[in-house]
Design a protein around this ligand. Structure first.
Ligand code: AMP
Length: 447
């Protein structure tokens, strides 16, 4: 196990002023939750969940958060980051009961409804043994606003929200943010890439001048760095060293060469010949999700689609059916790639390849979580081979190409590179490029 590294920094763009804070345990295996400063109701709750020791991100973040410091954490999916911020928030809120039941004291902002629901569940699980229960409201778009207004009427200690719906509720006077003590921006890169920047700025403007801010992000593009500069005050920077997260290092990666038109029969074959209890299949578009689901269902395979066009009810039902193994296959767009925790998921299939190397990491991070074995299978065609090589290169992976008997590709498989950097015989026409750009825009919307 590799330790988390923390650095106290003066602003994110500035120089490191103090490296390796001594409060950070170097061997989280020896650390206990109690030693991090959590009291019995919480240590008993995590013990009941079977957690033997804090994960590195928890060991690094919990003491800092309890000291009311700001945190900027770069942690991979599956690293236990939800506990890293939820546990100390519960500890702090439990210690100081609210002066007024109507005051929101912790605000957790997330990019997707599923992630919000998941964090709401984590709060309930971790906080189950607190002597005085804390009120938590999950507020997300895509469902009727009225029940959320009703739920907020009695006040809430913790609000988990997507930014748009939160602003709607503020506009309706259902919630006020002027008492927020702790702000969490979870999956901050996703918040920005999904176009929440403007809404986020409006939410931030409603918060008190100084509140404790915790930013968690898998990647740190310039937008996230600027957000961190803006929001965080002398943050402790936490980085989980590569190799600690279950993905992609601890996952078995397979790449199967197959012609585009043969992918569904191959998927069916893999489902018939592998003992996978359930499988998450990633596709590039909403239509793709519907289409593949239908094809599987026609041959008696219990499957459901998950994409941004569905109602929130349908999305929740599909996810719940998948988590409880009522269906075997969930066919999803990248809306499911981030943050979702599906216990013991044995395999992820990239029916369509992800757009970027980072998306690949997020997708495959749905399997191999919490130390369980994981498998990521990617379908690679002649068309997509060059793109997959880029994904491998960026993620420092070298995945052997396999063929499955009866599904061998007949299309040209390895296009030769020309000396000018293009791919011979595969140079895209202007029309192709426009089509790709339109498809990309469509996919972005699909999330
Ligand atoms: P997260 O990265 O927060 O989505 O957590 C990933 C999974 O790890 C969840 O199923 C958690 O229940 C689990 N988990 C979180 N913390 C621990 C821990 N300290 N020990 C074992 N499992 C954990």
């Amino acid at each position: 196990m590799i330790a988390a590294r923390t650095e106290a920094r003066e602003g994110l763009g500035g120089e490191i002023t103090e490296a390796m804070t001594d409060a950070v345990p170097q061997s989280p295996k020896l650390m206990t939750f109690a030693a991090l400063g959590l009291s019995e109701p919480l240590t008993r709750a995590v013990a009941a969940l079977g957690y033997l020791a804090p994960t590195p991100v928890q060991a690094a973040a919990i003491p800092v958060i309890l000291r009311e410091g700001d945190v900027c954490a770069s942690a991979q999916t599956g690293s236990g980051k939800t506990g890293a911020f939820v546990l100390p928030i519960l500890e702090m809120l439990g210690r100081a009961p609210s002066a007024s039941p109507r005051r929101v004291r912790a605000l957790i902002l997330v990019p997707t409804r599923e992630l919000a629901a998941q964090i709401g569940e984590a709060v309930a699980k971790y906080g189950a043994r607190l002597p005085q229960p804390l009120r938590t409201c999950v507020v997300v778009g895509g469902v009727s606003i009225n029940p959320q207004m009703m739920a907020l009427r009695g006040g809430a200690d913790i609000v988990v929200a997507t930014p748009g719906r939160l602003l709607d509720l503020v506009a309706q006077n259902a919630v006020r943010l002027s008492w927020v003590k702790t702000l969490v921006l979870d999956e901050a890169d996703r918040l920005l890439s999904l176009g929440f920047a403007e809404e986020l700025a409006r939410v931030l403007a409603l918060l008190p001048d100084r509140c404790q801010s915790l930013l968690f992000s898998a990647t740190f593009p310039s937008g996230v760095l600027a957000l961190a500069e803006d929001v965080l005050h002398e943050p402790t920077k936490i980085t989980i060293d590569a190799g600690e997260a279950p993905s992609p290092a601890e996952i078995v990666h397979r790449a199967i060469e197959v012609d585009t038109g043969k992918r569904t029969p191959l998927l069916r074959h893999l489902l018939a010949t592998n003992p996978w209890s359930h499988v998450l299949v990633f596709v590039a578009s909403r239509d793709g999700a519907e289409h593949v689901t239908l094809k599987l269902a026609k041959t008696g395979i219990a499957a459901a689609p998950l994409h941004g066009d569905l109602s929130q009810g349908a999305r929740s039902n599909a996810l719940a059916a998948f988590k409880t193994k009522k269906i075997r296959v969930l066919v999803a767009t990248d809306v499911a790639a981030r943050g979702l925790d599906i216990a013991g998921l044995p395999a992820v299939v990239n029916y369509d390849l992800p757009r970027s190397p980072v998306d690949y990491v997020h997708r495959v991070g749905r399997t191999g979580r919490a130390g369980a074995p994981g498998l990521a299978v990617s379908f690679v065609s002649a068309e997509t081979d060059a793109h997959f090589r880029l994904i491998e290169k960026r993620n420092q992976l070298a995945i052997e190409r396999e063929r499955v008997a009866g599904f061998e590709p007949v299309e040209l498989t390895v296009p030769a590179h020309d000396p000018h950097g293009g791919v011979k015989g595969k140079r895209k026409s202007k029309k192709d490029k426009l089509r790709e750009a339109a498809a990309l825009a469509g996919e972005k919307k699909a999330e």
